[in-house]
Design a protein around this ligand. Structure first.
Ligand SMILES: NC(=O)c1ccc[n+]([C@@H]2O[C@H](COP(=O)([O-])OP(=O)(O)OC[C@H]3O[C@@H](n4cnc5c(N)ncnc54)[C@H](OP(=O)(O)O)[C@@H]3O)[C@@H](O)[C@H]2O)c1
Length: 258
């Protein structure tokens, strides 16, 4: 097998959460382009339908499933539907996420619980659901959790987000350790600032301009800057990698100053 064939995902069944916008759309496109059947999961069904159409116009294959990642029953039903139609999910991309801003002393209980509930609790329960099904089917697989540079460093005003993403990085290691022997790999990607709906307005502001000056690469990222990391972790190219977090941030995490 040639080295580039290692990235081939033909025969794999992928499920991407948060596939209705931003990074999730790009992850779904990339996995489909590499040959996987891709299940697109998010709450906005109209957006998912458009993503499915775009993937299929490009020669890929996708199904759209409206579900809230916080709702464990709905997620179990989503896995059931994919399994019945295509077989066990062998690649899970745990990407759905939300952010709030506010100083720690001011943040409401609802905001705290919403961020932790979506970005950490749901990531765990969705990974658990996927892993249980892989184990039951006797199949290996790849779980890719989307963390953040803010899981490694902190900024003012994002306490619940930073805590949730640090949790995702530790969860990735904990699950990797327990599942490695069964051929299930659990890794994470920690993106830096990538322009999406989550932050577009903020990054266009004066604060955004100041942030950009701190990025050694001199620019914000684009969703496609994560293509390589995603393909590596989802495919056989990363077959001896587990428990790791790949930082994709234009050098920001390692810099004292940009
Ligand atoms: N952009 C960045 O700079 C950056 C940096 C580091 C990490 N990240 C992480 O990357 C991931 C994607 O972010 P993004 O920038 O692509 O943001 P985005 O454009 O706002 O997309 C977020 C996605 O998550 C979905 N989602 C949110 N809550 C959900 C829920 N309860 N159930 C199902 N789906 C839900 C949204 O879909 P619906 O609203 O349709 O449900 C949407 O598809 C997040 O985990 C984020 O923390 C982003």
């Amino acid at each position: 097998m040639t080295a580039t064939k290692l990235f081939d995902l033909t025969g794999q069944v992928a499920l991407v959460t948060g596939a209705s916008s931003g990074l999730g759309v790009r992850f779904a496109e990339v996995l489909a382009e590499a040959g996987a059947v891709v299940a697109l999961v998010a709450r906005r069904a109209d957006r998912l339908a458009a993503v499915k159409d775009a993937i299929e116009k490009n020669g890929g294959f996708a199904v759209a499933i409206g579900a809230d990642v916080v709702d464990r029953d709905a997620m179990a039903r989503a896995f059931d539907a994919v399994e019945q139609a295509f077989g066990t999910v062998t690649v899970l991309v745990n990407n759905a996420g939300v952010v709030t801003s506010g100083r720690a002393v001011e943040i409401s209980e609802d905001d705290w619980r919403s961020v932790i509930g979506t970005n950490l609790d749901a990531v765990f329960f969705t990974a658990q659901e996927a892993a249980r099904r892989m184990l039951a089917a006797g199949k290996g697989g790849a779980i890719v959790n989307i963390a953040s540079m803010l899981g490694l460093r902190v900024a003012k005003g994002v306490a619940p987000y930073a805590v949730s993403k640090a949790g995702v990085i530790q969860l990735t290691k904990a699950m990797a350790l327990e599942l490695a022997f069964k051929g299930i790999r659990v890794n994470a990607i920690a993106p830096g600032w990538i322009v999406t709906d989550l932050n577009r307005d903020y990054l266009a502001s004066e604060q955004g301009a100041a942030i950009k000056r701190e990025i050694p690469a001199g620019r914000f990222g684009e969703a496609r800057d994560l293509d390589g990391a995603m393909l590596l972790l989802a495919s056989d190219a990363g077959r001896f990698m587990t428990g790791t977090t790949i930082v994709v941030d234009g050098g920001q995490v390692v810099a004292v100053r940009g």
